[in-house]
Design a protein around this ligand. Structure first.
Ligand code: HEC
Ligand code: HEC
Length: 255
């Protein structure tokens, strides 16, 4: 089976080799012999020395050349203006290069505890994202800009793209902390959606159900708060918090 599979892929790869060059040859782009507008990198470098650096930038940030340069996605590179500084991300990237220079100067002052110094580069912070935010920060930003449902969609998208790349902490703490942040802000319905998502992700954790119950308690929904504190006790029969809350809920439902 595996053999047949790779055979098919080989066929597709061959096809790509045949198809691509003909469309490329009309718009052949090459690295400039002499770059015109280097302000941080070595001015005497030939353009071809920029190739691994620029490709490193795109990979580290998970973007394409247009993220920092003037050009239109899908158009040939010959139509791009790489010299221009009109894209504000280019100057942001320059500032990052300067920052890294100073960070690496500081790093030279310490003796590493491991066998080699750790080489700090764009990837160290960015890990495949244009802006290196924590999961909670990133979802919080979506929530403020577009609301809680957009934040939930964004979560699904990030999990799909980044689950195995180590860029975000997908442990139960991230959503739990965000939920409490929203609860403190007074948006209990949004907090409940986040806590609910966390119980879907970590159904065996008593703590995720405890938070969901607390969300419903804050929202004044005695029935669901009771139901979920009971769930906490199912998973963690020793939970003093759940026992106490259930007692309080029972008293308030009598009133
Ligand atoms: C994260 C931002 C970023 C990305 C992505 C990026 N670049 Fe750059 N690029 C820069 C910066 C910043 C400079 C200028 C560096 C300096 O001032 O020393 C530059 C300079 C250049 C130059 C030299 C232009 C000149 O003549 O002065 C070329 C060519 C270039 N980039 C090509 C590319 C290509 C091709 C890609 C995509 C594979 C790419 N870049 C992706 C930030 C980026
Ligand atoms: C020490 C961590 C760190 C390192 C290392 C780092 N960055 Fe950043 N970078 C950040 C942070 C944080 C932001 C977000 C700033 C903000 O918007 O508040 C950022 C933002 C950016 C942006 C703006 C992106 C956008 O869409 O707003 C660019 C471009 C960028 N970095 C490029 C680079 C490049 C290229 C390198 C390597 C030369 C690099 N960064 C290295 C932390 C880092």
């Amino acid at each position: 089976m595996a053999f047949r599979r790779s055979h098919q892929l080989y066929g597709i790869a061959l096809l790509a080799v045949i198809v691509v060059p003909s469309s490329q040859s009309q718009d052949q782009w090459t690295w400039p012999e002499k770059p015109k507008n280097l302000q941080v990198l070595n001015k005497d470098w030939s353009g071809s020395r920029l190739s691994p650096i620029m490709r490193g930038f795109t990979r580290s940030l998970g973007v394409r050349c247009t993220h920092c340069h003037v050009g239109e996605e899908g158009k040939p590179l010959t139509s791009y203006d790489f010299v221009s500084d009109a894209n504000p991300n280019k100057d942001r990237a320059r500032e990052m290069l300067r920052m890294l220079g100073s960070v690496n100067d500081h790093l030279k002052k310490i003796k590493p505890s491991g066998d080699k110094p750790v080489n700090m580069w764009c990837h160290t912070c960015h890990r495949g994202r244009p802006r290196p935010l924590t999961l909670g920060e990133e979802l919080g930003e979506q929530y403020r800009a577009k609301g809680i449902d957009a934040a939930l969609e964004h979560y699904a998208d990030l999990k799909l793209r980044f689950a195995s790349r180590g860029a975000y902490d997908f442990g139960e703490r991230s959503l739990n902390d965000l939920g409490f942040e929203l609860l403190e802000k007074g948006d209990a319905p949004a907090a409940i959606k986040i806590f609910k998502l966390n119980t879907d992700e970590f159904p065996k954790s008593a703590n995720t159900w405890d938070s969901l119950a607390e969300g419903y308690m804050k929202a004044g929904d005695i029935k669901l708060a009771t139901q979920y504190y009971e769930k906490v006790l199912e998973l963690d029969p020793k939970s003093e918090n759940a026992k106490e809350k259930l007692k309080t809920l029972k008293e308030s439902s009598k009133k």
